[in-house]
Design a protein around this ligand. Sequence first.
Ligand code: C5P
Length: 215
Amino acid sequence: MRILVTAGPTREALDPVRFISNRSSGKMGYAIAAQARRLGHDVELISGPVALPPPRGIRVVNIVTADDMLAAVKKMVRRCDVLIMAAAVADWRPKKPATRKLKKASGPPRITWEATPDILKAIAPLKKKSQVFCGFAAETHDLAREAKRKLREKNLDVIAANDVAQNDRGFESDNNALTVFFADGRTLNIPLSSKANCARKLVRALADFWAQKKK
Ligand code: C5P
């Protein structure tokens, strides 16, 4: 199976020295890429800025902004069977980032924000019948309801939801717990364990789902 994974945060410049980003270490996405490779799949990884070594045997495309990630996904998505969007894309960016460093002495800047592109929504029309798109949902409350809404609104086949209100999992942690919702109504619980273990179970479930869809 050919798997395209996105991982890590994206960054949007406020000025040449400052940015807004998301709290993401990239560990979950990198674990997915590494485990998918170990399971014998062809893997490509699109990564935001992270402090992790590139996983072995995997082509990594490094990007910074949401626009960069959208362009890379658009270019690479055609040749994958399964897309796993584990990246934490920053939702807003300054409409006009300052071209010169904002001076502290001028006081807190007034920034006009705009939304970054929703990558999954933008690429939904490109999805081929045989492809499986899996998103992630990091939630602090109403996990199941929010995840199911995103599954529908982003036209996904699968969404992996994780509870980020608890500090023994998610974000910078090496552990995670996932509730995986499938568009056919099925749910899979992956209990608290290493991100490597969560990743392996998720990839196996996606491989099964893809094989079913192909029939
Ligand atoms: O809407 P929310 O950010 O919670 O949705 C999370 C899912 O959507 C993740 O799979 C994430 O990679 C993806 N996403 C996206 N484009 C954005 C924001 C999130 O594709 N601008």
